[in-house]
Design a protein around this ligand. Structure first.
Ligand code: UDP
Ligand code: MG
Length: 349
């Protein structure tokens, strides 16, 4: 492990919050953020990303009046998904330290104080590790547990166990990660992969304050598959191993069949065996082709180089004491930067 070099308090802390149909939750979030900012000695900015909500989320974000912090809000032209929404927020964060958290207060803001402490000790990434998952179904708990272990088994050994996206990241690590513009993003993997000194703080995860989960089973499975495809070649290896095993089995059976023909001459029998073999091998070939196809589809997707997201609206609310921190919070005037569709989603990279 590398030696830790203590860091000073960040001049500005950014918090990135993706919001998808969170109209019900925004009131409590705003209150929690007002309280949190009140007890913080560091300048704070929030970056709220409306991931194409169909409810009143954007209205709520535009009317957000911050007390003693700054708010930047952007709205996507449609739902691009949680990982992309977080990416858009990270692209706009100006802080020396950046925290990613959910809009539903399942990631308690108090934990950020402990994350900041670890940051000052010299850590670049502080993962929030969940001690429990109250209010979630047994299926979600079990699948999440299995997922993190499977990823480790699949070779993603650098990935933090039981950590969602709630984490604090230093500017130098963030700059590396926002430089990675892959379309299919599994951010927690990218942060771990970037290296730098990492640690975790454990916390109890309360149930969602308002509304329902926005992570459908489909979205969860897609995320798990993205993680597997972007951090492991295990599926391809399984396909190759299955191919080798089938070929070895086939060769053995061929020897046996030749032996029967040479010594006993009863080769007409065995129709059932043939059918089973053809079906089995055919299935195996199709499966392996499918797995290959998954990787090829990803190559194609990356080659198209579409922007990761498209911004429809963007606003900034500055609180009146903004000038108390000259150059901070206004150092990246994003209000106009992303108006040009040519540059949308490029994140300045
Ligand atoms: N979210 C998003 N886009 C989506 C789905 C979710 O921006 O397509 C946001 C959501 O508003 C919330 C965060 O991602 O702030 C985590 O979602 P949720 O709380 O529903 O997931 P869970 O905690 O149930 O896993
Ligand atoms: Mg949640």
């Amino acid at each position: 492990m590398s030696v830790l070099i203590p860091k000073p308090e960040p001049r500005l802390l950014s918090i990135v919050i993706p919001c998808f149909n969170e109209a019900e939750a925004i009131g409590s979030l705003r209150k929690a953020m007002d309280d949190f900012a009140g007890g913080l000695d560091v300048a704070l900015e929030l970056i709220l990303v409306d991931d194409g909500s169909g409810d009143g989320t954007w209205c709520q974000l535009t009317s957000w009046e911050p007390r003693n912090y700054t708010v930047k809000a952007v709205r996507f032209s449609r739902n691009f998904g949680h990982q992309i929404a977080v990416t858009a927020g990270l692209d706009r964060a100006a802080g020396d330290a950046v925290v990613i958290m959910d809009a539903d207060l399942q990631d308690p803001p108090e934990v950020i104080h402990r994350m900041l402490k670890a940051y000052r000790m010299g850590y670049d990434v502080v993962h929030g590790r969940r001690l429990n998952r109250d209010g979630e179904t047994i299926f979600k708990k079990a699948s999440a547990w299995a997922f993190y272990r499977l990823m480790k088994l699949a070779g993603a050994t650098h990935m933090a166990l039981d950590s969602g996206d709630f984490r604090l990241v230093s500017r130098r690590c963030l700059d590396q990660v926002i430089g990675m513009r892959e379309q299919k993003r599994f951010l927690r993997g990218l942060f771990s992969w970037a290296g730098f000194p990492q640690t975790h703080v454990s916390y109890r995860r309360p149930p969602r304050m308002e509304g329902k989960t926005k992570y459908s089973l489909r979205k969860m499975l897609v995320l798990a598959w993205t993680a597997m495809m972007s951090f492991s070649l295990l599926p391809l290896r399984i396909a190759s191993a299955a191919g080798v095993l089938t070929a070895a089995g086939g060769a053995t059976y061929a020897l046996y069949a030749i032996g029967r023909w040479a010594f006993f001459g009863d080769t007409v029998k065995g129709w059932a065996t043939l059918v089973i073999l053809i079906a089995g091998i055919g299935g195996m070939i199709l499966l392996c082709l499918g797995i290959l196809g998954e990787y090829i589809a990803r190559i194609y997707e990356e080659l198209r180089q579409r922007p990761l997201y498209i911004i429809q609206d963007e606003i900034n609310h500055f609180h009146h004491q903004r000038d108390a921190h000259p150059g901070i919070g206004v150092s990246r005037p994003v209000g106009h930067r992303h108006r040009n569709p040519q540059h949308q989603g490029a994140g300045g990279l």
